[in-house]
Write a protein that binds this ligand. Structure first.
Ligand code: GDP
Ligand code: MN
Length: 378
């Protein structure tokens, strides 16, 4: 799971990394009060789990409490890449002298944590990797030995930084590594790590991902809702479904992770962009299908649905009943392509056909069909 910026900052604070001071608001009034308490200029920041908030207009500078209120009012009504903004973080604006990038993540092919540092922070690291790969410094951490001082010094020398920055910066490397291990994170990222005009080092942003199956006890008290990802992901977890939101327009429902993955691939091969991954698992019934449809359709970016069911323990007639019932209940308007095969498939297809849904015979055909219909709006 990915933490919100303010939660990531709380973890940073606990390991001794300074963060820009701030508080959460859920209403414009609260935003105004917080801004007044902080005094001076503030930054109003949408708390969403998707990247590029700044570019999307979700990060705004306010000179006065009234301005903070106005920004909060706008931002709290926004959806960024399909995610509704429910909270804003109000931070004291800092004057930035220079922005850096620092992260620790797991390099799966090397089977070791990797530290990534750049003296050019602020912009997205993927972007920097494309345009100026030479400005990115990377090194691995041996999991048994841990982060070593010489590694940090080598990296900082390589970056040709002012020698007086060595000590404070290397302290941040060690504190971030402490956060990475203590919270058993997949990723801890500070972008930008700012050197302020008055000489302080602050994490202006925080991105933290934690292993869902290994949440440290220190975070156990944090509300499940707070730790959740998008609202759809939250609903899916409650319904015991495996859902991952993506940023395309074709909603995908299937049974079995492998089948769903190949469905995503086929849609992409045909030029479509999947909106999600959703595995309804084995033994799915009408009710489960209904839940799944509701979750996928609550994503406003969905323009079409591709349902790919291989019936085994899951019975095709049950799935078809769920589909038909939900279609009637929700009045599904987007194009829907269904591939049903396996146990009770004949009965399943008959139920669909009776209700005006023509199933496709194979998944290749289905993927091509949904992409065609979504791109032509039919
Ligand atoms: P992101 O767009 O989701 O990465 O959000 P960030 O928290 O990283 O903010 C985007 C950008 O806004 C940062 O890279 C900074 O350049 C800028 N920014 C955010 N807070 C401040 C601040 O307090 N002072 C200044 N000068 N810039 C800020
Ligand atoms: Mn950022």
């Amino acid at each position: 799971m990915r933490l919100q910026e303010y939660q990531g900052k709380e973890l940073f604070r606990r390991v001794g990394i300074s963060v820009s001071e701030g508080q959460i608001a859920t209403t414009p009034q609260e935003a105004e009060e917080i801004a007044r308490t902080l005094g001076g200029a503030v930054v109003v920041k949408a708390q969403v789990l998707v990247g590029g908030r700044g570019k999307a207009g979700g990060v705004k500078l306010a000179q006065t409490p009234a301005e903070a209120r106005a920004h909060a009012e706008k931002i709290l009504q926004m959806s960024i890449k399909g995610e509704r903004v429910r909270k804003v973080l109000i931070t004291r604006a800092v004057e930035i002298e220079r922005e850096f990038y620092l992260s620790i993540t797991i390099d799966r092919s090397a089977k070791q944590p990797v530290v990534i540092f750049s003296a050019e922070g602020g912009i997205e690291i993927e972007e920097l990797a494309k345009t100026h790969p030479e400005k990115i410094i990377k090194f691995h951490i041996h999991p048994l030995v841990g982060l070593q001082g010489y590694q940090v010094r080598t990296a900082l020398f390589q970056a040709k930084l002012d020698p007086k920055w060595m000590t404070p910066l290397s302290e941040i490397f060690f504190k971030l590594y402490e956060a990475f291990t203590r919270y058993r994170a997949h990723l801890v990222e500070i972008n930008p790590l700012a050197l302020t005009r008055d000489g302080r080092w602050l994490a202006v942003d925080a991105k933290v991902m934690i292993d869902d199956d290994d949440v440290p006890s220190e975070l156990a008290g944090w509300e499940a809702e707070e730790l959740a990802s998008s609202s759809e992901e939250r609903a899916a977890r409650e319904a015991d479904l495996q859902y991952v939101k993506l940023d395309g327009s074709i909603g995908i429902i299937g049974n079995g992770a492998g089948l769903v993955m190949s469905t995503l691939d086929l849609v992409a091969l045909n030029g479509g962009r999947p909106a999600n991954f959703l595995d309804i698992g084995g033994g799915a019934n009408a009710e489960v299908m209904k839940q799944a449809l509701k979750i996928v359709l609550s994503d406003s970016q969905v323009r079409g649905l591709f349902i790919n069911i291989f019936g085994g323990i899951t019975r095709c007639d049950e799935v078809a009943r769920g589909l038909v019932a939900t279609q009637q209940e929700l009045g599904i308007r987007v194009p829907m392509v269904v591939r049903l095969t396996g146990t009770n498939e004949i009965e399943g297809r008959r139920i669909l056909q009776e209700h005006g849904i023509t199933p496709v015979a194979g998944m290749e055909e289905g993927a091509a069909e949904i992409v065609r219909r979504v791109s032509h709006n039919i």
